[in-house]
Design a protein around this ligand. Structure first.
Ligand code: CP
Ligand code: NVA
Length: 299
């Protein structure tokens, strides 16, 4: 594995190996090897971040490397320097790159032109690091993914849902996406996904029926904040105690955070499932360290 650009590009074996490695790194935190000794990794962020930035900075340091945070506003990228030029400069100076931005094509181009390991830290198309941490959390809490039903309630074609759909395709668990009609994945995407275990509905109750994992995310992703008409579509799509009555016994609730209480999730459900949701946030650190270790090994 040279880069982590998407869940789509991972095989089932690669996903399982990364989650296994994340578990091992979590168990050995503070006493594991430091494969990044002498290395500098750049974090290039065009969008805000708390969890992703902190977990990558801490993880790189714990693996023996130095993390250099570069807000796109502070480097020439923000003034219009091309990705391919930025990539060719950084590729000669740093050992790896973590990029959070809008277009997936920018991360793909950076990976191709820089020649250094490149990690997608969220684009409009995918959030692979988050989904690896989510999968780790599900396995920790429920013992595995086989035979589990996952429900995703909210925007059916966001970076989070797209990455979850590819994870379901690769790993074979049942995924029911409940989303307003206008926010559902387009037919061309579903044809490409070609996954009978992934279903899409307009009914949150149908998606949650018998589900072991109930997952949600903001209704308006970064960059969509002014799309107030889109937000109106989500009336009835809140994950709350009433909706969860139909879930399987022992179900868990995931939220990648940040959360907007009273919108996609109720205060009661978020706080009632805080143990899982903040474990999920912590697992970003372990999952991303696993990714970096895998990429460093293949340099
Ligand atoms: N879940 C997540 O990626 O959080 P941040 O936006 O804070 O990094
Ligand atoms: N879908 C959200 C995820 C935030 C971590 C967004 O892109 O804003």
């Amino acid at each position: 594995m040279k880069h982590l650009l998407s869940i789509e590009q991972l095989s089932a074996d690669e996903i399982v190996a990364l989650v296994d490695s994340a578990d091992a790194l979590k168990a050995r935190r503070g006493s594991h090897e430091q494969p990044l000794a002498g290395q500098t990794w750049a974090l290039i962020f065009t969008k805000s971040s708390t969890r992703t930035r902190v977990s990558f900075e801490v993880g790189i340091r714990e693996l023996g490397g130095f993390a250099m945070f570069l807000s796109s506003n502070d480097i020439q990228l923000g003034r219009g320097e091309l990705i391919k030029d930025t990539a060719r400069v950084l590729g000669r100076m740093v050992h790896g790159a973590v990029i959070r931005t809008y277009a997936q094509s920018d991360v793909d181009e950076f990976a191709e032109m820089s020649g250094i390991p490149t990690i997608n830290a969220l684009t409009d198309d995918e959030h692979p690091c988050q989904i690896l941490a989510d999968l780790q959390t599900v396995r920790e809490k429920l013992g595995g993914w086989d035979g589990k039903k996952v429900a995703f309630i909210g925007d059916g074609f966001s970076n989070m849902t797209i990455s979850w759909m590819w994870a379901a395709k690769r790993l074979g668990f049942e995924l029911a996406v409940a989303s307003p009609k206008a926010c559902q994945p387009p037919a061309e995407f579903l044809a490409k996904l070609d996954a009978p275990n992934v279903t899409v509905t307009e009914s949150p109750a149908a998606a949650v029926a018998g589900a072991h994992v109930i997952n949600t995310d903001v209704w308006l992703s970064m960059g969509q904040e002014d799309q107030k008409e889109k937000e109106l579509e989500f009336a009835g799509f809140q994950v709350n105690a009433e909706l969860l009555k139909g879930a399987a016994d022992g179900h868990i609730v995931l939220h990648c955070l940040p959360a907007y209480r009273g919108k996609e999730i109720s205060e009661e459900v978020l706080e009632g499932h805080a143990g899982t949701i903040f474990q999920e946030a912590e697992n970003r650190l372990h999952a991303q360290k696993a990714v970096i270790v895998a990429l460093a090994a293949s340099r």
